[in-house]
Design a binder for this molecule. Structure first.
Ligand code: SF4
Length: 374
């Protein structure tokens, strides 16, 4: 027989779920209760209902994209990162513009529409390397959106070239940058950042980049890397930072939705990193976080499933827990792969995966406009 305390906790969580379903904003304390106490099926059902309301018709989207990591040279040495190399290391590399264009060419040949270019925080590449790269891609492949450079890279450019963040973004936008990915957010709590990436930007600097992006009219996505040293309360704090920022940047855009098009939580992969964890986050923890994200982030339109780290079947389950997007085909993903996540998928695979889960697959653009419904 359940204890009186567990009956009360269940009733409390049901009331919070009702509140979210009624369209009322959840407090951080309520988000934390759902994350830690809510019944698993009720949590998923509520999140799916919210997702259905936001994205009627059972459509689940994906983008045909490619990752390009232009350099693995990085001065930040984040403890969770298996990708970076010290300047001068035997296997350090920097791709030439020609090498990058050859990769974009392969993407364009299969009808891809987005390139996600990211690299380490290189200590001395000139700004023209980045501007010229973006310009060359836009000139040669106008159909491919350059969704590139995480907030730490933008802050690295500002520091290296002695420019305000806003000016860096303006110049990249003029060169052809379409939007910013949400990388480098990890957990937006200083205690956590000091432990996992002490040499990388803090919460304020990540937020500064996203606010400046909104000022210059660039949209972005927001990510969260969880399952390392953070507490459940810090996971919800991260969501609150994203939600506040989305509110604050609404006035900058005609769609009234703020700077973030999507939220993408993914679980830390520890292989080859200097951040030992007792165990990886389980699928159960991942799905709970996905559902709470959908219920808590009432102002972020899209929630992306992370099949790259969780595998295709948990990716399908994430749809039942509130996701409406499967992300990208991610041709040539290097960063997460080197930390142990080895899942791969092409366009046909994603279409099948979505259809088998009972939804209607649709290819989208970076701006979440429909390219083709399957
Ligand atoms: S996560 Fe990014 S910033 Fe950190 S060490 Fe790796 S490449 Fe550098």
């Amino acid at each position: 027989m359940p204890s009186a305390a567990s009956v009360t906790a269940k009733a409390g969580c049901e009331a919070i779920l009702e509140k979210a379903l009624a369209g009322e904003r959840l407090t951080e304390a309520e988000g934390l209760r759902l994350l830690t106490e809510a019944e698993f099926p009720s949590l998923g059902l509520a999140a799916r209902r919210v997702a259905d309301r936001l994205h009627p018709g059972g459509l689940v989207t994906f983008v045909v994209d490619r990752n390009i990591n232009y350099s693995n040279v990085c001065t930040a040495r984040c403890r969770f990162c298996a990708f970076h190399r010290e300047p001068g290391a035997a296997d350090a590399y920097v791709l030439s513009h020609d090498e990058i264009l050859a990769k974009v060419d392969e993407l364009a040949a299969i009808g891809g529409t987005q390139v996600l270019i990211q690299g380490g925080l290189h200590p001395d590449l000139p700004f023209d390397y980045y501007l010229g790269m973006v310009r060359a891609i836009r000139e040669r492949y106008p159909q491919v959106a350059v969704h590139s450079f995480s907030a730490p890279e933008i802050q690295n450019f500002a520091r290296l070239y002695g420019l305000p963040v806003r000016r860096v973004l303006e110049e990249l936008k003029v060169a052809g940058l379409a939007s910013l990915p949400g990388g480098g957010a990890e957990i937006l709590v200083e205690r956590v950042r000091r432990r996992v990436s002490p040499r990388k930007i803090g919460v304020g600097e990540w937020v500064e980049v996203m606010e400046a992006a909104a000022e210059v009219g660039l949209k972005a996505t927001a990510t969260m890397m969880f399952g390392h040293v953070e507490t459940p309360a810090e996971r919800v704090r991260h969501l609150a930072v994203i939600r506040d920022l989305q509110d604050r940047t609404r006035a900058a855009f005609a769609d009234g939705q703020g700077v973030f098009r999507a939220f993408i939580p993914w679980s830390f992969q520890s292989a080859n990193t200097r951040l030992p964890v007792a165990r990886q986050a389980t699928a159960y923890e991942y799905l709970r976080l996905v559902a709470v994200s959908r219920l808590f982030l009432d102002n972020v339109p899209n929630l992306q499933a992370s099949w790259v780290t969780q595998g295709p079947h948990v990716g399908q389950l994430a749809l039942a827990f509130g996701c409406n997007d499967m992300g990208g085909t991610m041709m040539e993903e290097n960063v997460v792969r080197q930390a142990g996540a080895g899942f791969r998928m092409d366009r046909d695979g994603l279409v099948r995966l979505i259809r088998d889960a009972g939804y209607v697959p649709a290819q989208r653009s970076t701006a979440y406009e429909m390219v083709r419904v399957y």
